[in-house]
Design a binder for this molecule. Structure first.
Ligand code: SF4
Length: 295
């Protein structure tokens, strides 16, 4: 906890508290290290989409020699980096057909979820992914799930001929929402199904950051959540803080902070998504310290 003492005669101290679990997870660290090593060894590297959902990290790696491409047709070199959230199976096959060297930075937790999907499909289950169908990780899961697989955050209408459903979650979803989703499915769909198999594929780093954010939200009167606006785990952190009833703002960088947010606040909480670098968190803290000193 950082406590900011104001000069004598000014208002009471403002406290800035950092969530006990925040920022880079092991999967993001690993992906960045793999990319940096590959760029150093090979001189160039191309990543299919952003390596992680954080602009500052992508810019840092771009400045070190990594290119971001949107499709394999844009490849200039011979080495392709698979981002931390994985890619569809068809991309791996296409890269192999083009004789590209692969640096696979898929997070091991995401890879485990991909294996779960594959096993469910092999064993004849219809796969249901609790997650955002437009997210790259979920697209990668669906690509391994066979015909009839569904990705959604709402309980879907089932084909009445389905008998066995295998359910897992996008790794960065809210645990609480996954539990509610499962409860609703069991209540409304179990009578028409022979079997429901559930895998808890929400990653531990995500769950820890969610718990720490919720705990901190109960102790402060403003929460700042730092991370890419396209980062699913950061958006969920912000939703969790709001669900605790505290005013919450999701920002990517210190420059987005508005004075009206912190005016009159006594306790400000800060957390950050799993792809947010520590230097961005420090920038935000410094900005708030400076503002508190000017009160
Ligand atoms: S948030 Fe979890 S699943 Fe995603 S990269 Fe980090 S450790 Fe892996």
């Amino acid at each position: 906890m950082i406590s900011l003492e104001n000069p004598p005669g000014k208002r009471s101290p403002v406290q800035i508290r950092l969530a006990s679990e925040r920022g880079f997870c092991f999967g993001v660290r690993r992906a960045i290290e793999l990319a940096q090593r590959a760029v150093q060894e090979r001189g160039s590297l191309e990543s299919l989409g952003p390596i992680v959902h954080n602009k500052q990290v992508v810019e840092m790696l771009r400045s070190q020699g990594m290119r971001i491409i949107e499709s394999l047709d844009e490849m200039k070199g011979d080495t392709l980096l698979i981002p931390s959230h994985g890619v569809a199976q068809s991309i791996i096959q296409e890269a192999s057909a083009r004789n590209l060297k692969l640096i696979d930075a898929t997070c091991p937790i995401v890879r485990k979820a991909q294996q779960v999907v594959h096993t469910l499909h092999e064993e004849g289950f219809t796969v249901l992914v609790f997650g955002d169908a437009s997210h790259t990780e979920v697209k990668g899961l669906l690509s391994r799930a066979g015909k009839g697989a569904i990705a959604t955050t709402q309980v879907p209408e089932f084909d009445t001929s389905l008998r066995r459903i295998g359910i897992l979650s996008q790794t960065t979803q809210s645990q609480q929402h996954f539990i509610s989703f499962l409860t609703e499915i069991v209540h409304s769909k179990l009578p028409s199904l022979a079997e429901i198999r559930v895998f808890n594929t929400i990653c531990d780093a995500t769950a820890k950051r969610q718990r720490a954010a919720l705990d901190l939200s109960h102790e402060v009167d403003l929460m700042i959540v730092i991370g890419g606006h396209d980062s699913a785990n950061t958006r969920h952190l912000a939703d969790i803080c709001r669900s605790a009833g505290v005013e919450t703002h999701h920002i990517e960088a210190a420059a987005e902070i508005e004075p009206s947010w912190y005016t009159g606040r006594e306790r400000i909480g800060i957390t950050a998504g799993a792809s947010t670098p520590e230097w961005v968190i420090k920038d935000v803290v410094q900005r708030l310290e400076q503002a508190a000193g000017e009160r």
